[in-house]
Design a protein around this ligand. Sequence first.
Ligand code: 6PG
Length: 247
Amino acid sequence: MTDLQVCHNPEDLYRQAAVLFVRLAGEAASVRGRFTVALSGGSTPKGVYALLAEGEIHKQIPWPKVHLFWGDERCVPPTHPESNYRMAEETLLSRVPIPAQNIHRIPAEKAPAQAADAYEQVLQEFFALPQDTPPRFDLVFLGMGPDGHTASLFPGTTGLREDKRLVIAHYVEKLGAWRVTLTSPVLNQAAHVVFLVCGADKAETLRQVLEGSYEPERLPAQLIRPVHGTLLWLVDQAAASSLSVRE
Ligand code: 6PG
């Protein structure tokens, strides 16, 4: 099931995403006793995290039952300005009563391949999985770049075709940098996947991803098709401006 929701502006989008987080957290915590989430990096999720830490919303979340993971990470230490963990730490983690043992960051200060191996082990142990079995997150937040990348699955990279590993490290030529990322089979096992996309610079790419032909090598965001879950595109009006059908 794919759903598109066009929000008036980024602030409206942050609020919709935060409200959804509250609802899914409450449901998962009462049914399974825990809520597992994979966070994204990027500027759009940042607005959502800031809101999750605020007043009324913050109080409605059962923080001791929330377990946070990351969909991808830049290969830098957790204190580095480019670290996705650091962004979440500053906007959210340091402001809410989440137990330290519920924060499962990618150890990207290690060498890239070791970081990927270590994170795969973290997932296997936490979710008590047999080798190569993808975990099922309750919620995955994803962003999308103007080039169609999502998480750290970039156009034309070999990692796009990975179907065994849960986590990979790869060198992304266009960034001149290493990234660690969950693979598409893991992202596609989630119960709920939510893309957060803002800005006119993404309008044409969003149109191609949602309305164009299936070319995931060029538009990796098209790889995201949850197997037994829901897919929601939360986009602002600027990002939706090239779509032929809007909500
Ligand atoms: C990252 C990401 C990446 C991001 C997109 C969109 O680490 O950079 O996880 O996939 O979500 O690039 O980012 P913006 O919301 O900043 O455009």
